[in-house]
Ligand binder design. Structure first.
Ligand SMILES: Cc1cc2nc3c(=O)[nH]c(=O)nc-3n(C[C@H](O)[C@H](O)[C@H](O)COP(=O)(O)OP(=O)(O)OC[C@H]3O[C@@H](n4cnc5c(N)ncnc54)[C@H](O)[C@@H]3O)c2cc1C
Length: 446
């Protein structure tokens, strides 16, 4: 495999892709159009939301011509293989961003994530999207004494400094954490509102709406290269496996694979492999734990992981971080056609080791898959106009946390492209805006 990231064939099959939509391998026209106003590369959550908002908000006459180019099937990237959590990270996330980017930035990110979760929930309700949306109480649990103490210190610090999002977080100490979470040996627990859903079904609804509004969807069309500059009429050329196509505007909704087409992002957005499994209890299940939670644990007696409970009683479990110190398994790895070896043992042991009363439970790994996340050098997404390349936009680098970030980022990029509305006017945190400074910073730390 080369080190330049492109989607690979024969990807593992996630649970979410076991009920395929009629547009899964859709090609709106037998040939690619010659010239378009907008080409979106990528048909994951970001590409689908961009197409949805660009077509929905288009009042131009004639309407903008829009094509989506997707290398594999629709929603076959990270979105179709994630943990199904819509979980604004208003405790751990705020703490981490506060340390690296300051309190204001951390608060802006938390507010934006809450707004995204609300906007997506409202959209799902208003459009009656059948995607198993289920509001849950989610948790962040700590089992290691030192980590629990650090988390408590951070919590106190954040309370003192002031973070509006914390009003939605409840803290449980050592007396209550295990009972409330259902996690063995939990010493600290922070709970907050979240939701679980079937991401593929939600995204396919957005894509179907865009296609119905005239967007040309071309799956199985990998883009190999984009011209280094626009021609004299302002058109960029995209070379694809099915011929060339010209576009006045290109939006890179390519997440982990962005640097395959935009080499300036090579040290900025890094493909990192993750894994999830759908686990079903076949016998002697214990009492239900919190329906959604993450466990931070360095201890071999508990398992560092996160999960969301499905309406059918199964769990989507992710994390599997027992292999994290072996970077060759995941770092700059974009091969989602293979499983991560050590994760299979981890999933098999997950419930017995982690959940109170589940020691005798027989758990079956019903589905197991891998997926590629777009980690970024500063842990923040890249949204906005690609520096120095007029007409090119990016909405990518959503780390392991796109569900409460993508929708309003994509909506803001659609507005920026349409009428130059600055991203921050659309509510996107200033620290998400892509810039030459952030690209330079990533080169320096690489
Ligand atoms: C295992 C795993 C678990 C996760 N769990 C969660 C979770 O529970 N909650 C959460 O919030 N987030 C989670 N995430 C992260 C989340 O899934 C992503 O942040 C989000 O889906 C990103 O959406 P996207 O549209 O930017 O990327 P993607 O869904 O990856 O879409 C990018 C698309 O671009 C296409 N593409 C790329 N390059 C090209 C090219 N050259 N030509 C044509 N097409 C191209 C790809 O094929 C892909 O379909 C998880 C991710 C993984 C992998």
């Amino acid at each position: 495999m080369t080190s330049v990231p492109f989607p690979v064939p024969h990807a593992t099959v996630p649970f979410w892709r076991t009920e395929l939509h009629v547009l899964d391998s859709h090609q709106s026209t037998p040939e690619l159009p010659e010239k378009q106003d907008v080409v979106i590369i990528g048909a994951g959550f970001a590409g689908a939301a961009l197409a949805y908002y660009l077509s929905e908000q288009d009042t131009s006459v004639p309407k903008r011509s829009i094509t989506i180019l997707e290398a594999r099937e629709a929603c076959s990237g990270a979105t179709g293989r994630n943990g199904g959590h819509l979980r604004p990270d208003i405790f751990n996330g705020v703490a981490a961003h506060m340390k690296t980017h300051g309190l204001d930035a951390a608060n802006n990110v938390a507010t934006f994530e809450l707004e995204n979760a609300e906007a997506l929930t409202n959209l799902i309700k208003s459009e009656e999207i059948d995607c198993d949306l289920r509001p849950v109480v989610s948790g962040a649990a700590f089992v290691d004494e030192a980590e629990a103490a650090d988390a408590k210190k951070l919590w106190d610090d954040m309370l003192e400094k002031g973070s509006p999002a914390l009003q939605q977080v409840t803290y449980y100490g050592p007396e209550d954490a295990e009972r409330v979470s259902g996690i063995k040996g939990a010493l600290a627990l922070y709970t907050f509102p979240a939701a679980v859903l079937w991401p593929y079904k939600m995204v396919m609804h957005l894509l179907a709406a865009a296609v119905a509004a005239g967007v040309n969807l071309q799956t199985h069309t990998p883009v190999h290269a984009v011209s280094p500059e626009a021609d004299s009429e302002g058109y960029w050329t995209l070379e694809t496996a099915r011929g060339a196509i010209k576009a006045r505007h290109i939006v890179f909704a390519t997440n982990a694979y962005t640097s395959g087409l935009l080499p300036e992002y090579a040290n900025t957005i890094l493909p990192c492999l993750g894994t999830c499994a759908r686990m079903v209890a076949t016998a002697s299940a214990g009492p239900p734990p919190l329906p959604s939670c993450g466990i931070a644990s360095k201890s071999p007696n508990t398992i560092h992981s996160y999960w969301g409970a499905r309406p059918d009683g199964s769990f989507i479990v992710g994390g599997a971080s027992s292999y994290r110190d072996k970077r060759e398994f995941w770092y700059r790895n974009f091969d989602d056609s293979a499983l991560i070896g050590p994760s299979i043992k981890f999933f098999a042991q997950w419930a017995g080791k982690s959940l109170v009363g589940w020691e005798e439970a027989e758990m079956k790994i019903e589905n197991i898959w891998t997926g590629v996340m777009g980690y970024t050098s500063d842990d923040l997404p890249h949204v906005g106009a690609v520096p120095g390349k007029k007409g090119l936009y990016i909405c990518a680098g959503f780390v392991g946390h796109g569900m409460p970030n993508v929708l309003l980022s994509a909506k803001a990029v659609a507005k920026l492209l349409r009428d130059d509305t600055p991203l921050t006017e659309s509510g996107v945190p200033a620290c998400y805006e892509t810039s030459s400074e952030r690209l330079r910073g990533a080169r320096q730390t690489a």
